[in-house]
Design a protein around this ligand. Sequence first.
Ligand code: AMP
Length: 214
Amino acid sequence: MKLILLGAPGAGKGTVAKLLTQLDGSVQISTGDILRAAVAAGTELGKKAEAAMKAGDLVSDDLIMGIMGERLKQDDCKKGYLLDGFPRTIPQAEALKKLLAGMGEKLDCVVNIDVPRDVILDRLTTRRTCTKCNAIYNVKSNPPKKTGVCDKCGGPVVQRDDETEAAISNRLDVYNQKTAPLAGFYEKEGLLMSVNATSSEAVINAIKKRIGMK
Ligand code: AMP
């Protein structure tokens, strides 16, 4: 399966991608996770990305295309991939189109997960993330067994720097301005599938139906 997961921050792209990887061995590729790991490790990439990320702004298209150009050529992508948080701008979508054409690859579809803004705001302010394995928790609906400690790997579970109210509000504005137009781009390409759903199971069932998977 080769999919793009589109949707505002907090729409559930990461959760859906993780569940889809269990179906057929496709890999989840999250540019946000790659960038956070680079920031944590203090690499050159991390230093370049850190300020924009903290403010909820986008990192430059060149930096992102540099990362993805390498990542999509790795062996584990042969079984398929779920692009989570990429592309995020029209120039990234155009660059991805060229990159895939050069590799002789085609996407199955682009899934636009549409969730109301109030649901998103509530989800993001209550979301907590493991800084070690990226597992996602929610203080209301799915807290870790021991506060602040990941059930899966024992790593620290914290609120992300970009999940303060000010940064979230900026991320949603940036999404509406720069990323939402991608729905129109992929509609024209004949690849768009929109799902109005707040449950990840409903999104997964709709995807399976679209790509003919049982
Ligand atoms: P995410 O976890 O996908 O919400 O990404 C966290 C942050 O990483 C975003 O708010 C951006 O600052 C940056 N980022 C992730 N993916 C991209 C991308 N494709 N283009 C530009 N910036 C990105």
